[in-house]
Ligand binder design. Structure first.
Ligand SMILES: O=C/C=C/C(C(=O)O)=C(/O)C(=O)O
Ligand SMILES: [Fe+2]
Length: 284
């Protein structure tokens, strides 16, 4: 069993590094922690970076998950190879550019590249956001799935993910006490469906809603409230068609007493306030 501790970063190719950086700092509210001619490391919390943009194909998405030790990394590689996955071990330079001690990469069943990393760096220097969006940190991702039932089996049987809720066959999966760290969203393609940052309050969600509208950023869903995690949310479109989410109030799960719930595949399962979803794979 591969024991994922948490999601730690997303890496995205972009056609225009400057436009993507401007969005990430002036709109989303992240901090540039490292910059080169063709890449940016961006920070959202105490970690050294949680988002990385680089010149490249905008369909090139990678999600990093932290695992606890090199022994766990070796046994994860053996587990993945035993079920037919090709596993790549990061070179020293690649580890250094990610600020991690070690990592391996592989593709999950719908094709998204996953990196399992050991000892991602946290910075002593206080995080200083580029705008007052109220972000408290990077929290979860949505992943496109060509077969939600098959992919749920991968995340729950090969890895340690547990189902918190399902909307139809769409599972919200946790790897720690947070209600979900990944959601599988039906699609013909693979890749990343959305990137979530938690904010401090509903006021932050609503302040950003008005700021985004003023800057003509397309709103994809919300403001609204998920009956699943209880979070108040707002989804909007960033560069290269990537969807970002702010949310606040995601519930925590007591492993001893929690039982997974089944929600119907209907609009009020997505938003209990009745907002209409234009989310890729979850339109209504
Ligand atoms: O539309 C369903 C989304 C549910 C949630 C939630 O319960 O918070 C998400 O944030 C998500 O799937 O990303
Ligand atoms: Fe989300």
């Amino acid at each position: 069993m591969i024991e994922l501790l948490d999601v730690c970063y997303v890496r995205l190719g972009t056609k225009d590094i400057q436009t993507s950086t401007d969005f990430a700092t002036r709109i989303l509210g992240l901090e540039v922690s490292e910059s080169s001619r063709n890449s940016r490391h961006l920070r959202s919390d105490e970690r050294g970076h949680t988002l990385y943009y680089h010149d490249g194909d905008p369909n090139d998405h990678v999600v990093g998950f932290e695992i606890s030790s090199n022994d766990d990394l070796d046994s994860a590689a053996a587990t993945l190879e035993a079920i037919g996955n090709e596993v790549y071990r990061g070179t020293r330079d690649e580890c250094d550019s990610r600020h991690v001690r070690d990592f391996i990469s592989f593709r999950e069943p719908s094709g998204l590249k996953i990196e399992l990393v050991v000892r991602p760096e946290v910075l002593g220097k206080r995080h200083f956001p580029s705008r007052d969006a109220g972000i408290s940190g990077f929290s979860h991702v949505g992943i496109f799935s060509q077969d939600c039932q098959r992919d749920e089996q991968f995340w729950t049987q090969v890895c340690n993910a547990r189902v918190s809720d399902r909307i139809g066959d769409v599972p919200l999966l946790r790897v720690n006490e947070i209600h979900h760290t990944l959601a599988l969203v039906p699609s013909q393609r693979g890749g990343l469906q959305h990137i979530n940052h938690q904010v401090d309050s509903t006021d932050d969600v609503m302040r950003s809603y008005h700021l985004l509208k003023e800057h003509n950023v397309p709103i994809v869903f919300g403001p609204g409230r998920h009956p699943t995690s209880g979070a108040r949310f707002l989804y909007f479109q960033g560069p290269d068609g990537m969807t970002f989410e702010y949310s606040v109030g995601v519930s925590e799960v007591d492993e001893e007493t929690y039982r997974e719930r089944q929600f119907g595949f209907e609009p009020f399962s997505l938003c209990m306030w009745g907002a209409k979803s234009n989310l890729d794979g979850l339109e209504n």
